[in-house]
Design a binder for this molecule. Sequence first.
Ligand SMILES: [Zn+2]
Length: 616
Amino acid sequence: MRVITCICCIDDGDEKKKKTSSREGGNIELGQDSDILKKEEEKAEIGETKPGINVQGYCANMDCLAAKAKLPVWVSLGFGDISFNSEKTSYSCPDCGQSSVASIVKAMIFNSEHSISSNDNLISVKDKHYQCFYLIKSGLSYEVKAKKIRQHATSLEDLITRSENAMMDNELINLVAELQKYLITVVKPPKVKDKIRLLEKIKCDYNGDYNQVFDVGRFTILCDNATKLQTAVAVMKKAEKFNLIVSEDKDFFERQSKTHHRFHNIKLFVPKHDVYVEMQATLKNFTTLEGHTVIENPKLSHLFYEHIRAWKPKNSEEEEDLKQASDETLTKINDIICEWIDDKGIQKLANRYKSHLDIGILKPPQLTKNELEINDNVLLKMAQFVYEQLCTFTPEKMKGKAIYAILYEYYKRYLIGDKNLASCADFALLLQESRKQEMEEDIAIAQALETYIPLQANKYPHVDGEENEKNDTFDCHQHVIKFLEGKETSEEKKSEEQKRKAMIIQGKSGSGKSIFCRHLEEILWNNYINDSKQPIPVYISFPKVYHLKNEKDIILQVLQGKHIGKESMNAIREKVSFVFIMDGFDEIFDKYSQSENNNKYFYDRFHLNQWNAKVI
Ligand SMILES: [Zn+2]
């Protein structure tokens, strides 16, 4: 006859009652043996229970509040082997902090394979149910051994075989069928995990110990709402009916896991095959499982996790910070997916979203290295991954937009940095700022622009001292816009030059070329603001920037003069289309022609072919 028995195993109903009472307290129930309504006594639970061994007893410290109120306290002892005499203990009281828990009345062993024996019953009880309560008799000595749940396989192959067999076994199939009856979705993994990935994970996460792997065969249980999930978990906990034992229940649904993934993780022991199988239960809205998810770009969270999983910063404080920021970004993404942030919060994040089609993501300057170097470096790989995600992900729903906004902010702040530019939109903003400044410094131009009179032009070369008497003039502005839009119809010109990139406006000094240039710039800016696919105008005043020596880098110089960092240039060159409005060529022409460079064509001499630009 057993003296020691797990309370929950002999009388499940009793145990359940106890649990609900401790949680809700003060339940009113009809007394079974009398007609009087009986109020159930409220049982206070003091102290926290944790995985491993927990004992409940009384504190003997005279100054302890729990002791004074004669309330039993829980003491968590973790995993390991312990022995004690129930009347002669000195465990640390969670209330007063003294080593004064002197007598034990109950033990609870949680998420653990364990055994317990006493000196009046040397045959120990072995169990692996996730939560077992034992009454402790006064005056007896006890020995308790509790181990973390581990697989019992002799090799990885053995583990895979056992897992596969268990998953095909009737007992599991029956449990799954029971859940499915209630419209709960149960997703069975199609095949056991790819072995190379599995080996890598075992090496990396478990120090090579395959017996710590539980997701070889993992079922995913998806429920419509939180109540259904509660029911599903409760049904699984009754798995004894199917000859299965729930050995571990990690509740990451109510309490946050490290990565903020939100699920119940249940380890089911299948005695017939001596193996544990994992069940992950969550809501249909939260899953990122392919074919079952409602999340846009569902792989993002997992891929991001894969990038930082094995990353152990060792080089610098900077790398440490980046790792921390990456961890935080992942938890934020999961907070959105799993609704740790409420609807309002997610909407707020989604409002910050701007499509990459509008803002144009710029490539991080550090990605100029070749592929081998990138693959060799976690930081570069991360930058590449996020850049590619940002350039291809176009969310339409609230959660997707919120995730994008978080990812972009991480990119801008940590992968690009303050000194460089993250998007064409940022670049345009900087240019506009510096234009504003230029205008403030040049009041004459600013005033002239306000009273701008359209410039007339014709197609004949300008000759000094000769007024044009012919009548075939046209609006210069319209003509230039047509050129920029590429709508020039003249057939002969098309054949001459496939793509005309430059247009030259001539006129005597004072005829209004400079003002025209500034006017054009303003119009083009307005076009860009209305439609970010329009080219960005850059006004270049030759007299201010031209030197013989810097000819080929003149555009670079101009942009740097407008506070654009050198590092960002390549990325800008790649993504941005420009209209360079070059003014005052006549004023520098003398210097220009003095050059030893025989190539007279300015387009080549200024290396304009390096830019996606049209030139006026
Ligand atoms: Zn105490």
